[in-house]
Design a protein around this ligand. Sequence first.
Ligand code: F0G
Length: 398
Amino acid sequence: MMICISCGAEYDNQEIIYTCRECGSILEVVCQPQVSRDIFECRKSTMWKYKEFMPVDHSLIVSLEEGGTPFCRCQKLGDDLGVELYVKVEGSNPTGSFKDRGMSVGITKARELGVDTVGCASTGNTSASLAAYAARAGLRCIVLLPSGKVALGKLAQAMFHGAEVISVRGNFDEALEAVTALALEGQLYLLNSVNPFRLEGQKSIGFEIVDDLGWKSPDRIILPVGNAGNISAIWKGITEFHEAGFISDLPRMTGIQAEGAAPIARAVEQGWEDIVPVENPETVATAIRIGAPVSAKKALRAIYESDGMAETVTDEEILDAQKLLARREGIGVEPASAASIAGLRKLVESGQIDKGEQIVCIVTGHLLKDPNTAINACKEPIEVDADISALSRIINQS
Ligand code: F0G
């Protein structure tokens, strides 16, 4: 069953519906399996380890073995900041971002419903992931991208996996509105995170974190927020495990936004239950260049219920954090992902995060998603002949 998060109206899981017919708000899937956590033992470490919590037809699963991503202790960076820091490396998923978790469930649902065409609007990663999973399932895939604002690696993936890529004159919010209209006309099955089944996959990030910590919740989970699906999904997963009695404590959900695209942070600052959209969102972190996040209400609920918070970071802080994580801990992430680390630094410096807290930062996408930003942040390599004396002069220069 799906329910409306605002008025509680109920809908059958077999219905193709994205928002509530009664009040227009967003929907969520109800999932309360009666199982013991022992059943997870000895299962392969992919997100389907927790399949009882994925309410789709398990005989139709479309998977590339997503999930089971690295959970890296970052001792040096943690010590610098005075916290116990873990980084959940979502760039290690099959197409290089956390979206694969959502698409595995979303495309499985598409097969269950018998649709032949799927689609999305995307700042890049959603389209890359959808293109790959649609290819695996043999479905037609249409993606709408904001013209000129999608990082190169993501564009290459969407095109190479055979999606029909359409470049839309406008930003992500406008592209999402357009693709939603197509979906409501029945021209495609929408796989943006407004589709609540996407979040059923992404909630597995929360499952893995508490499993990795030995069935304990960290003090805090920090992650970048764009369209606001992921923070909502992780909170849903954690609360489901809490309600099932698998864990006894809960984390504070902490969302980080780029200063130029921060409707959620603004709403939290004001104590609002919904956002005021940002008209012309702008940030170097193109993945989260979003002004009207579709899951805003769910994200705000997650932040308020968990006694969490939201913070903004500048583009400079994002790029600094991206470099710091790469150079100090060897973890290469795209700019949007580094917002979590930038936010952590800012919140520690301002005293809003206590020393000694156990913190999980989610880094959402791989460095190679956005090679141009990475290259632009570095000096060009020196070119010389393969000559020993010339080489040793260069090596010993600095
Ligand atoms: N990090 C990365 C790398 C992303 O690609 C996204 C969203 C986010 C964070 C934010 O997650 O939207 O659930 O709050 N990318 C979407 C896309 C919008 O189209 O790929 P969110």
